[in-house]
Design a protein around this ligand. Structure first.
Ligand code: C5P
Length: 220
């Protein structure tokens, strides 16, 4: 996995934006692993934590992830179909976080992600890319920013997507804080920087500034 760049960090910190930019510059695909957990969350549904292990595995085995294209235009396909914006709501984000506490879901996603990473160099973006999935990645980054900045960024993103039922900034900030808390405190693969990750506070930088910082490290 030496040909892998990992980008980890909490919600709304700009990981997907940066993963796209980096993938474009490096001419390799990027992998949005949050989207994979979101799909698992939608398929397993609200009752996931009460389901039997056998039922969970059966549902998971029916999900097939693949990557199409590369650079900014990379698409994550689910059963050969590109994913739609319906996975981007905060409700599905929380569902993703909840199924992400289940060991069988983590094992399924980890294996799928590592399988994709064997086939091609990647920018891998998520919560546990540098710590668990690609511990031997060539470059590891952990992005941080204050919660209010992240909530504002997420709100801007939802507006850009033309989402209906926009939440208030306060509600969104509270939802993101609850999700981060769940991600940071779960037993398996909690959200935290890898020991050898480069920490970047994106709060003080704009998109170009963060991108420059990342490229400096990669070129060095
Ligand atoms: O990045 P995104 O907000 O789309 O991720 C949704 C949720 O999926 C996260 O809050 C987290 O609980 C889970 N996730 C994870 N491991 C990853 C990526 C996402 O547990 N590598």
């Amino acid at each position: 996995f030496r040909h892998i760049v990992t980008l980890d960090g909490p919600a709304g910190v700009g990981k997907t934006t940066m993963a796209k930019r980096l993938a474009g510059a490096l001419r390799i695909p990027y992998m949005d692993t949050g989207a994979m957990y979101r799909v698992c969350g939608m398929r397993l549904g609200e009752e996931a934590t009460a389901m039997s292990e056998a039922d969970i595995l059966q549902t998971l085995r029916a999900i097939h992830f693949s990557l199409d294209g590369s650079g900014e235009g990379t698409r994550l396909l689910v059963d050969d179909v590109p994913m739609g914006d319906e996975i981007r709501t905060e409700r599905v984000g929380m569902l993703a976080s909840t199924v992400g506490t289940l060991p069988s879901v983590r094992a399924y996603c980890r294996e799928a992600q590592q399988g994709l990473g064997v086939a091609t160099p990647l920018v891998a973006e998520g919560r546990d890319m540098g710590t668990v999935v690609f511990p031997r990645a060539a470059y590891k980054f952990f992005l941080e920013a204050a919660p209010e900045i992240r909530a504002q960024r997420r709100l801007d993103q939802l507006k850009e997507m033309g989402a209906s039922d926009l939440p208030s900034l306060d509600d969104l900030a509270a939802q993101i804080a609850a999700r981060d808390h769940q991600d940071r405190t779960r037993k398996e693969a909690p959200l935290k920087p890898a020991e050898d990750a480069i920490l970047i506070d994106t709060g003080k930088l704009d998109v170009d500034g963060v991108f420059k910082r990342l490229m400096q490290e990669i070129k060095a």
